[in-house]
Design a protein around this ligand. Structure first.
Ligand code: SF4
Ligand code: SF4
Length: 375
């Protein structure tokens, strides 16, 4: 049987239009009751990477989260919360700045506590057998993953599978980057995390996506789409088609399929629209953006990666554009490497030690000035 992805057209952030489209999309999967019982604890997990305006394409748009919350509430769910383990800063402040807090407050939906950590064992894990989860995730019965379509420096794109990394509690996210320090091992850990936390439904906000220097320093681009699926790999694969990026180049797709999380191959996926079923090829042709700014370069082969000299010279590296840097030091704070792979150098910009750098790009993700690029 093929994995199904629902594709919803929505050209702008119009609250009622988003609500109506998502309602139709969820109903086409059998409705909320097919995923959640009314007495279960529901946790909505958007992407709240860092402080950002709702239209910056850095965070899941609050109107999408609001619509999902409203649909679940109207279906009788009584215990709904929302939250994310943010990169740097405070979830409360981030939710207030992007407008999510007000939207949820109007619905009477509280924020979950993502500060407390629960160490959990996962003996079935193929890559990761232990996770430091946010307590809110462990305490919930039904997780609803609400991701944002963006580019990503390590995995090329971030969507349904990667959004689950925000279920890992605070500081442990940084540690995970040192433990799973290349795109493949990180992708395998993410596949295990998805298999462990088992979201009931994956929804993607791609009304405005991010291209270029994502996931926080790129450029917003209008795609006019939302996607829904129970298969996160299939959803991300369709997202790749929108980007005109070969889904085989995305480690979370390839590793996700190998590990039984879902399927990425086009002929294993069918896409349902309001006008009926279409193929992934038709999605690419009708809704895709040929010149979407995303890394389509070939990966350095594993054998070469093992040769350290070659690795050091050909590995993609972050660098700082001096004129854009305000010397805030957030990038240094974000670096997960012991002893730090970049150091403060005030009054000049921070300086990298590329011998220590594991190319996780946390510094690039967290820079509030879009001053860090990757070459
Ligand atoms: S986070 Fe960005 S702006 Fe702040 S010091 Fe680092 S490079 Fe400069
Ligand atoms: S310098 Fe940046 S890319 Fe390198 S390890 Fe530190 S955070 Fe990761």
């Amino acid at each position: 049987m093929k994995s199904q992805v629902v594709l919803l057209e929505c050209s702008e952030y119009d609250k009622e239009k988003i609500y109506n489209e998502l309602k139709w999309g969820i109903e086409s999967f059998g409705g909320v009751q097919n995923f959640v019982r009314a007495d279960e604890k529901v946790l909505l997990k958007p992407n709240l990477l860092r402080k950002a305006d709702k239209d910056s394409a850095i965070v899941t748009h609050p109107y999408v989260v609001e619509a999902v919350a409203r649909i679940f509430k109207e279906s009788g769910c009584q215990d709904i919360k929302y939250g994310d383990s943010v990169g740097i800063g405070d979830m409360d402040k981030i939710a207030r700045q992007c407008g999510l807090f007000d939207e949820m407050e109007a619905l009477g939906i509280p924020m979950a506590d993502f500060n407390e950590c629960v160490k959990t064992e996962y003996p079935q894990g193929k890559m990761a057998r232990q996770f430091h989860m946010a307590k809110a995730v462990i305490e919930s019965d039904a997780l609803i993953n609400i991701s944002k379509m963006k580019t990503h420096q390590l995995e090329r794109m971030t969507g349904a599978v990667k959004n689950m990394y925000g279920c890992i509690q605070g500081l442990h996210k940084a540690k995970g980057h040192t433990k799973y320090s290349n795109a493949e091992s990180f992708a395998r850990m993410l596949a295990d995390l998805n298999r462990f936390a088992r979201p009931r439904l994956y929804i993607m906000d791609a009304i405005t996506a991010m291209e270029g220097n994502g996931p926080a320093s790129g450029t917003p681009v209008s795609m006019g789409i939302m996607l829904i699926s129970t298969d996160p790999v299939a959803l991300d694969s369709v997202c790749c088609s929108l980007m005109h990026l070969n889904p085989k180049m995305v480690p979370t797709n390839v590793q996700g399929e190998k590990m039984g999380l879902g399927v990425w191959q086009e002929d294993s996926i069918e896409v349902l629209t309001r006008k009926g079923l279409i193929s992934v090829r038709e999605v690419r042709e009708k809704y895709g953006k040929k010149d979407y700014q995303v890394n389509r370069g070939k990966e350095v082969k594993a054998l070469w990666r093992r040769i350290r000299w070659v690795s050091r010279h050909f590995q993609r590296k972050p660098y700082i554009v001096d004129k854009d840097c305000i010397r805030c030091g957030i990038c240094v704070e974000a670096c997960p490497v012991e002893g730090k792979a970049l150091r403060l150098n005030r009054p000049a910009a921070p300086v990298y030690d590329y011998k220590k750098c594991i190319a996780c790009f946390c510094c690039q993700e967290m820079c509030p000035q879009k001053a860090i690029h990757v070459k």
